[in-house]
Ligand binder design. Structure first.
Ligand code: 2M8
Ligand code: MG
Ligand code: MG
Length: 278
């Protein structure tokens, strides 16, 4: 079993960004050593910080499927070898993490977004002050600074008409970029999504000595539009209710499990149902 989870509004409370309500589910997964893989809009620094707080060293997916990041721990060594061999995509490596890039680089995205700012009305996250980001999101200044360290995507607060949002999306497509809707922001990124990242990482896991001879099942949990591709790619799809917005419209072949509780409480509720007897 592999658990792929969105963070904001799913494992983290939409307003407080706390995982408090999820502690029972987190303990369940830790007890059975089930990999818990963040698949999020968040950046590498944001994910590293949360993984440290939760004492997790599994791989994670950053910036809406833009890169699969593997901390250099003994547990990830085989996966790094497999991904290097089978997915010779660009890698961004630091002393502690190797990232396999599926999306586009932030420099390129920022250039296109800046050019389109002459025609369309929006605020981009990297051009906003840390203080304004705190006001828009409820993040602390330290958290906002980590959110600003984008490598592969640009979150935008849309301030123009819905018609222009469609035109904006078409203009991005011409530059091989995509537009995804998160909980608060629209995200401009390369031609990837959370579903593609799930499939690549699941394939790599299925080739490891631990999972080679096992039936590998995947669960995905999310609350927003940008999670639908991930939910569709998983064996078990879980929609988490949000206190801030309705469930995203979806049309899955198999109906998803839908939490009765919001955010992390709903996350725990569904983990208990699915993984409790695993
Ligand atoms: C942004 O992502 C969320 C996720 O759905 C959103 O669109 O509302 C990203 O900028 C992320 O890096 C940041 O931590 C988050 C804060 O709310 O917003
Ligand atoms: Mg979310
Ligand atoms: Mg997200």
């Amino acid at each position: 079993l592999l658990v792929f989870t969105d963070l904001d509004g799913t494992l983290l409370d939409h307003y407080s960004y706390s995982t408090d309500g999820a502690s029972e589910g987190l303990k369940l997964l830790a007890k059975d050593q089930i990999p818990l893989i963040f698949n999020t809009s968040k950046t590498l620094p944001e994910c590293l910080n949360l993984a440290h707080e939760l004492r997790l060293d599994y791989p994670f997916v950053v910036e809406n499927g833009s890169a699969i990041c593997l901390p250099h721990t003994p547990g990830n060594a085989e996966l790094i070898t497999i991904l290097t061999r089978d997915y010779p995509s660009t890698t961004d490596s630091s002393a502690h993490v190797t990232s396999f890039v599926l999306g586009a680089k932030h420099d390129y995205i920022a250039t296109q977004v800046t050019a389109l700012a002459e025609t369309f009305g929006f605020l981009s996250l990297t051009n906003s002050s840390t203080q304004d980001i705190c006001l828009a999101t409820g993040l602390t200044p330290e958290q906002a600074i980590r959110a600003q360290q984008r490598q592969y995507s640009e979150p935008l607060l849309w301030q123009d008409s819905p018609e222009n949002l469609l035109r904006f999306g078409e203009r991005l497509t011409r530059h091989k970029l995509t537009l995804l809707r998160g909980g608060r922001f629209y995200h401009v990124l390369g031609q990837t999504d959370k579903g593609l990242a799930l499939r690549v990482l699941r394939d790599a896991y299925s080739k490891t000595s631990t999972y080679r001879n096992a039936q590998l099942r995947t669960i995905a949990l999310g609350d927003s539009h940008n999670d639908l591709a991930m939910l569709q790619a998983a064996d078990v799809a879980v929609l988490i209710r949000s206190p801030a917005h309705p469930l995203p419209e979806h049309s899955f072949r198999t109906p998803p499990l839908i939490s009765t509780l919001n955010g992390p409480q709903g996350w725990s509720e569904c983990i208990r149902l699915i993984a409790g007897d695993n």
